[in-house]
Structure formats: C-alpha cells, structure tokens
Write a protein that binds this ligand. Structure first.
Ligand SMILES: *Cc1c(COP(=O)(O)O)cnc(C)c1O
Length: 421
C-alpha cells in the first residue's frame, strides 16, 4: 500500500506532482510519503493491538529526521545500530525508554552514550561484548538491560547478503552457546539479562522461517527461566518483506502478528519488533532524469542522472525496482528493452537489465519505486557527486528534508597539509 499514483497523467506523491518537486529541487531526489509512513506504522500497531509490544522502527532503513519525526508522532520507538543513529532517534524526539541498540560492533563510547541516556535495551552479540558492556556500565555506576541476540540457524531473507540467522553468519551467538553465555552474564556486574533477541534476515517473504526461529526462542526463554534468569522480553527483530514487484506476495502484517501472538501466547513477555523496510520501503521513490540513450548492437543503454552512489540496492543486492515514467504512457504504446545505467565509472552502476519501458527520451523523468528503505541512507558522494536530496510530502505540502550540498560543503571537511599549501 502506498500513496504514489497517476493523476491527470502525472505521477503524484499524495497530492503533490513529482514533476513539480523535480522542477523545484532538481534530480536525483528521493520523495517520501508521510501518509504511507503513518499508514504502515498504524497497520503494524493495530496488528499487535492488545499485546505488550514495543515497535522499534529500524533507523538504518531510513534515518532521515523528517521520517523519524513522522514515526515518533505515531508512537514508534527505534532500533539503532550506532551512536549516530541513537542520536538521530533522540533528536527526532523518540524517548530513550523506547530505544533498543543492536549491532555486532558497539564501541565503548557508544555504550557510554546509550547508558547515559538509559535506553530500553542493549542487544548484545558476543561474550566479549558483554564483558566490555559490563565494565563500561560498572564504571558509570549503571546497570545495562540486555538481551542476547541468538543465531537460531534458520535460513531466511530475500538475498544471501541479507540473511543473518544462519549458522556461519556473523550475527548473534550460536544457538548452542546461548545458555552458557546467560550463565556467564549472570556473574557479571552492571548487566541485567532481561530478554532474548533474534533477527534472522531481511525481505523475508514467508512466515515459516520466522515462526521456526521464534519457536526456538520461546524454548530458550523457558529454559533460561528454569535456570533462574528473569526473562521478561522477547525481541523478534525485523525482516518482514515488501512487494517490490506486482507479483510479490509477502505475508501481510496481520498474518505475521497472529503468528507472533500464537507463538508467545501465555509466555508473559514484552514483545519487541524492529520493522524497517516494511514501514519505509514503499513510502519512498527516487526521481531521476534520462540523460542519453545509447543503442549498441548488444545492449540498448538508457543513461540516467542517478548513480549507484544514490541508490545502491541494485548493485549491492541485485535488487529490483519498478521504474515508472512521471508522465503516464498509454498501455498501448510499444515497450522497448533498456539497460538502465548511471553515470558512475563502475560496471556495477546498473539499475536494470533488459527492462521493458516505453520509449524514453533525454529529459524524461522516471521514478524508481519502493526506494524508501536502504535508499538514501546508503548514498555516498562517490565520483564527487553531491549527496542526493530528500523531500517529504504530507498531503498537498512538501519540504526538502535533506538538501543537496554545495560543492564547497562537500570539500569543507578536507584540509590541505602545510607541505602542499
Ligand atoms: C536491519 C535490521 C532490522 C530491520 O530489518 P528490515 O528488514 O528493514 O525490517 C531490524 N533489526 C536488526 C538487528 C537489523 O539489523
């Protein structure tokens, strides 16, 4: 479900024409729909209605402050994976009591920041990390509430690069070592083990692998309780898939929630969820302009003004994004096969191969659909291209929520050594 539709032959985000945004802000530009973000947050909240549940939006999917503030107003908490994301969540007004801190490589400085703010929970991923967190918390006279992220050895996720819960992935503590780690943690000062955490992957399109993983976690919660640990929380991570293509059919949030309701029935735990993509993915598009066409005997290239530095998912995960012209084209028009590529000097700077599109001319604008998650957050200034701009739409209003930097700003962090000046 999203709020990007043709109206009078022009693609709109809610009540704003995307052409109008491109005219004013230039391309490439990301455009996010507030109504879609809110709707997704509400659908998930309603699916878990009546359960003791914290919906901690995964900031890494899209950490723009405009997006975070929109979700904060819906009551979302945050799942963060760095001190920077923690600060973003706090600046956006998300209370520390609704923030969980995940990630395999937290530094001492990040731990201190999170302890000072008294966040809800640390998800720890190794014995070594537990020991460091214990030391940091003791030095500050604090107690860190923690969950251990376990690796349930379940394969899931839309691409090998986004599967995280299989034995051999770098994430989590191996299933068989979990109980020993909880015993070790019980001996450490400054730590209070309150939960068990799992996150098995992203763009998961089936309920079964998630259910398998969560049932394993329930078993572990019961065993840990028998061993005297007061486990009151289960963090089930994120990972629910979204439709990138019309034929994609990921489980609806209600089905996901019902499975979790059943799995945790009678356990008496607070359930923490870390949805990212399912909230932000279909709430954003990236607008680009066609620069050139370059027919060759083998391939028919369409060169656009966005590069892999602006939208990395196709290069990183061979991801598919639907591409729609901003000006609606009749279904009767012939489709032409294009390799859609960017201007970056890398062969992986390719968005689509042999994609059927209506004939595109230089100056035509295109929307890359479903680009709201893992889009602008992964952008860079590679090839000395300015960071892509971001716009937030709400009804008939829009605002630039990240402007394109000027060249002077792009080089402002660099200094010339005295021997070169
Ligand atoms: C990336 C991530 C998420 C969010 O995943 P989505 O697929 O975007 O829902 C949640 N939790 C953790 C620990 C993550 O690394």
């Amino acid at each position: 479900m999203h709020h990007f539709h043709y109206r009078n032959g022009r693609l709109h985000c809610e009540d704003v024409s995307l052409d109008a945004i491109a005219d004013a802000v230039g391309t490439p530009v990301y455009v996010y729909s507030s109504a879609t973000l809110r709707r997704h947050a509400r659908v998930i909240a309603e699916a878990f209605d009546g359960m003791d549940c914290l919906i901690a939006y995964s900031v890494k999917a899209n950490g723009n402050l405009g997006v975070l503030k929109t979700l904060a107003a819906e009551g979302c908490g945050a799942d963060v994976v760095s001190g920077g994301e923690l600060q973003r969540a706090l600046v956006a007004g998300i209370p520390a009591s609704r923030i969980v801190f995940s990630g395999v490589g937290k530094t001492r400085a990040e731990m201190r920041l999170a302890l000072r703010e008294d966040i809800h929970q640390f998800n720890i991923e190794s014995a070594a990390e537990a020991e460091v967190l214990s030391e940091v918390a003791c030095n500050m006279g604090k107690v860190a509430r923690i969950a251990v992220r376990v690796n349930p050895d379940v394969a899931a996720g839309g691409h090998p690069n986004i599967s995280t819960g299989k034995a051999g992935d770098k994430f989590g503590v191996p299933w068989k070592e979990a109980e020993a780690l909880y015993a070790r943690i019980a001996e450490l000062d400054g730590l209070s083990a309150v939960g068990v955490d799992v996150h098995i992957g992203s763009q998961i399109d089936a309920i079964t692998p998630m259910q398998d993983a969560f049932l394993r976690v329930v078993t572990l919660v019961r065993r840990l309780r028998e061993q005297g640990h007061e486990i009151t929380r289960m963090d089930l991570g994120g990972g629910l898939g979204i439709p990138y293509r019309a034929e994609d059919n990921p489980p609806p949030p209600a089905e996901y929630a019902n499975m979790i309701r059943e799995v945790t029935e009678g356990l008496g735990v607070e359930v923490i969820l870390e949805p990212g993509r399912v909230i932000a993915g279909n709430a954003g598009v990236m607008i680009t302009e066609a620069l050139y066409t370059k027919p060759s005997p083998q391939r028919n290239f369409l060169i656009i003004d966005a590069g892999m530095n602006d939208l990395m998912r196709p290069a990183l995960y061979q991801a598919h994004h639907d591409i729609l012209p901003l000006r609606e084209r009749p279904d009767s028009e012939d489709r032409i096969s294009y390799d859609v590529v960017g201007p970056i000097c890398e062969s992986t700077d390719k968005f689509a191969a042999e994609r059927k599109l209506p004939a595109i001319a230089p100056g035509d604008r295109l929307a890359f659909m479903s680009a709201g998650a893992y889009g602008a957050v992964l952008s860079s200034q590679y090839n000395a291209r300015p960071l892509v701009a971001e716009v937030l739409v709400d009804g008939d209003k829009y605002a630039v929520v990240r402007r394109r930097p000027a060249f002077e700003e792009m080089i402002a962090l660099e200094t010339t050594p005295d021997w070169l000046s």
